[in-house]
Ligand binder design. Sequence first.
Ligand code: NCD
Length: 313
Amino acid sequence: MNFRHVISTSQFLNQDLLSDLFALADEMERGDQGKTLAPTLRNKIMATVFYEPSTRTRFSFECAMQKLGGSIITTENAASFSSAAKGESLQDSIRVISGYADVIVLRHPEKGSSQIASEVSSVPIINAGDGAGEHPTQALLDLYTIKKELGTLENLKIAVVGDLLHGRTVHSLTHLLTLYPTNTIYLVSPSQLQLPDNYKENLRNTGVSFQEFGDLKEVLGNADVVYMTRIQKERFSSEEEYEKLKSSYVFDRRALSLLKESAIILHPLPRVTEISSLQVDQDRRAAYFRQAKNGVYIRMALLQMILGNEKNP
Ligand code: NCD
């Protein structure tokens, strides 16, 4: 890889690196299933430093590192259990941890925190979510899942639904989709939760066509991918505003009946009420648990690319 830290998907400037990453993720999955994985990261230590809750991201990173023979040091609740609780700055924590680990996976409530961390870290920082900013590794696994499920990343209609204002996975995904301009993006959100202008501008500048909708039903008949997201309660300044918007979209049996047979439903998870578990999970188009599993292989590939290459600075 020609960059050291993974802060934003805007660092991916062409499809080549993604193709390499996806091929390596395929290889990781084959190696895992065939029990032929080599412990290539045996002498490496990954620190997972999470100041916000996580299930998939932290576990899948830790699982990925261990499958490649590496070790982990971790704090699952850095805000209360690390020295942050005593008032230590993020910078000081990172300066210290970067002396202990070969790579740091960081989740923090402040947008821009990974960038700040990268400026003081002596080892690579991987952004595992910086507030309402980005979540690049989730978007990598989202795109990888689309490729795996549909066999292509071209000429698709991709509906992104929910809290596009605060959804960091969506922000990172839109950057990656600019690399595939034959697709059309449907941005489906309440008017209060539309995708921020800078991401739309970016789509426009790279010639990706997109349309905005308020009603999910309008896009279901055409979509090849429906990417549902959670209304991000923790990013709202008013509980009342959240209550008003929390049930904006519910993907249920009726939505399924409008969806193409060949389409897939994705969700970065966790879901709250936006996909009916009872009515949708058993349908083969519900791909979100396969998507979550793909996170392990993408993160293995990423760690291998960052740490396994002697030439990487
Ligand atoms: C997402 C996140 O943390 O941004 N979760 C995840 O990492 N899979 C999505 C969310 O919290 O809604």
